[in-house]
Design a protein around this ligand. Structure first.
Ligand code: ADP
Length: 588
């Protein structure tokens, strides 16, 4: 048990240290901020230090010069206070927003460098919540919490100094409560950390359920899932609220407890002052000044305890941000580069199991594609066809066996060099919120000309539907291409592949969303491309792969049959059965 208790502070310290590294580049600004805050607290302390002379030297003696000087001084003093306030608050908020911006950027950059397996296991909602919500929590630590910590902290010190100057005996009584406050703060802060973590998780699951319902809106409508989704959301929404309330009650309780303890100290002070021997030594000004300072202390003390909440929230959020930043990016140990592959691909006894799964997705895969050949993958869904193509682009790495490109182990190639060799068209077409031309040229905007884009678009039959748009190729596609049909999106993806001019094509159900007519015209364009490129084709419609140099029939991760269309038909195995099945259904 002692271990786990010991570990927490060390981890927290590391988090704080790492957080401070974000602040360090802005140290000058931090100093300005601190000077501003100290100045602000000093002006306030100065005001309260004036009570005793005001009462004892001016009001009681009838010397009104003091009041006149005060009248002249008060506006400039407030002006000065305003300047200090601006310096302190502005600099710290600037610092906070800078830190948030850097963290957001780092998280975003991390997201786009993490391996696919990471994204397989994390919902988009929770990842978005980290960038949007968690970093904002960090800002509270960087900005607001530090502001209160330094400014109110200095004010507390100032007030204590004034009190001690006037009557150390009374101040000492008040100070005895210090350790008690400390104990409460430390108990409460542990609770804060727990609840903050729970709130962050709740926030993540809230965004996840929003994302699912919004993305799957059509399914929700079709299957009458509104009540189900609404109930599910209500549960999470309520859970989030409950966690927030836990935080609020911890906050309220801690504030009230501290105030009650402080009031006990105040009562003791008043009681002691009532002892005749003691009061004799106190002038009215000193007594008033000490008591007012004590009352004034309550507010900053209260704020200092809530600062802790903010700071703990911020540090919990920091820890969750750092946990992501510490994830290993996609491994790119390959050092060799390749300009343009000739296009020979070979799988040698490749085995692969997804993390967290027990049954392998690929078992002992061996095959070879010579430059310019077309290899077709056929099999039931879930038989491992997409996994095979994912391994080729190193989205995942084999557990055993080797994949060669032009006789070079693909692990030796840098990821950039490797992926440049492939053009991938898959079932799910990802389009970006940009113009059609930029979507076709995605990733190559700087190196291709407009006419090259138009040429690729022509071949992929994109031009016909783009010309109907008012702005042609400069038409903006809505987010994820919402205003395009599945077939149109697929044609854009094909144009993208044509333009990329990679030596190896991976077509994973590339024409599945096309109607028969556009499929025919694109099929001929693709066949044209395939002539000069090595192609790995995953196809359901067997008619599209009859001309393949080799057809691999897959079942449960294994290649169970291998050969040309004619050979496989002749051997009368699984392929022949599939073919007969499709042929009979197509001829109906
Ligand atoms: P196919 O493309 O032939 O339909 P896949 O290659 O997509 O088949 O899937 C092969 C097997 O691997 C299936 O059992 C599937 O459940 C599993 N699988 C696919 N993707 C993942 C993933 N990201 N994580 C875990 N298992 C997966």
């Amino acid at each position: 048990m002692s271990n786990s208790v010991d570990e927490v502070p060390i981890k927290d310290q590391a988090t704080i240290k790492r957080f401070l590294a974000y602040v360090w580049p802005h140290k000058l600004l931090t100093i300005v901020a601190i000077v501003g805050m100290i100045g602000y607290a000093a002006v306030d302390t100065f005001f309260f230090a004036q009570l005793q002379p005001l009462v004892d030297d001016s009001l009681q003696t009838g010397d009104y010069d003091y009041l006149r000087i005060a009248a002249y001084a008060i506006v400039p003093l407030f002006l000065l206070r305003g300047v200090f306030n601006f310096l302190g608050t502005y600099s710290l908020e600037y610092l906070g927003t800078k830190v948030v911006m850097r963290m957001r950027q780092e998280l975003f950059d991390k997201y786009i460098h993490l391996p696919i397996s990471f994204h397989d296991n994390h919902s988009t909602g929770s990842l978005m919540s980290k960038i949007l919500y968690d970093t904002e929590q960090v800002r509270n630590a960087a900005g607001r919490a530090l502001l209160t910590l330094v400014r109110e902290g200095m004010f507390v010190i100032g007030l204590l100094a004034v009190m001690f100057y006037h009557s150390w005996q009374l101040s000492l009584i008040f100070l005895l409560i210090g350790p008690l406050v400390g104990i409460i703060v430390s108990v409460v802060s542990k609770r804060f950390r727990q609840v903050s973590r729970a709130i962050q998780a709740a926030m993540g699951s809230l965004t996840t359920s929003i994302e699912q319902a919004v993305k799957g809106h059509k399914v929700v409508l079709m299957f009458d899932g509104q009540k189900l989704e609404s109930d599910r959301f209500e549960e999470k929404n309520n859970h989030n609220r409950q966690q927030t309330m836990k935080l609020v009650s911890a906050q309220i309780l801690s504030v009230s407890t501290i105030q009650v303890i402080a009031s006990i100290a105040l009562a003791v002070v008043l009681f002691v002052s009532s002892i005749p021997d003691f009061i004799k030594e106190l002038t009215p000004g000193v007594f008033l000044n000490v008591v007012v300072c004590m009352v004034m202390l309550l507010k900053p003390l209260k704020q200092l305890t809530t600062v802790n909440t903010e700071f703990q929230k911020g540090m919990t959020a920091c820890a969750s941000v750092f946990a992501i930043l510490d994830q290993d990016s996609e491994r790119d140990t390959g050092t060799k580069t390749m300009d343009r592959a000739i296009g020979k691909v070979r799988f040698d006894k490749v085995n692969f199991t997804y993390t967290g799964k027990t049954t392998p997705a690929l078992k002992d895969i061996c095959f070879e594609a010579l430059p310019g050949q077309t290899i077709a993958l056929v099999g039931r869904s879930g038989s491992g066809k997409s996994t095979l193509s994912s391994l080729l682009t190193r989205f995942y790495e084999p557990n055993a066996g080797t994949i060669y490109l032009d006789d070079m182990n693909i692990n030796e190639l840098s990821l950039r060099s490797l992926r440049r060799q492939f053009a991938l068209v898959s079932q799910q077409v990802q389009l970006f919120n940009d113009t059609i031309a930029n979507n076709i040229a995605y990733g190559k905007q700087d190196s291709v000309t407009r006419s090259q884009i138009l040429e690729a678009a022509d071949i992929a039959n994109v031009t016909s539907f783009v010309e109907m748009q008012e702005q042609g190729f400069d038409t903006l596609i809505g987010e994820n291409g919402l205003m395009l049909s599945g077939g149109q999106r697929q044609r854009i993806a094909i144009a993208r592949a044509i333009l990329s001019d990679a030596p190896i094509l991976i077509l994973d159900e590339a024409t599945s969303a096309l109607d028969t007519e556009s499929e025919k015209s694109i099929q001929s364009a693709l066949e044209q491309l395939q002539k000069t490129r090595t192609s790995i084709v995953v196809a359901h419609r067997l008619s599209t792969i009859e001309n393949a140099n080799c057809i691999l029939v897959m079942e449960q991760g294994e290649i169970v049959e291998k050969g040309t269309h004619a050979e496989l038909l002749k051997s009368n195995g699984i392929y022949a059965q599939l073919h007969a099945l499709q042929f009979s259904s197509e001829s109906k």
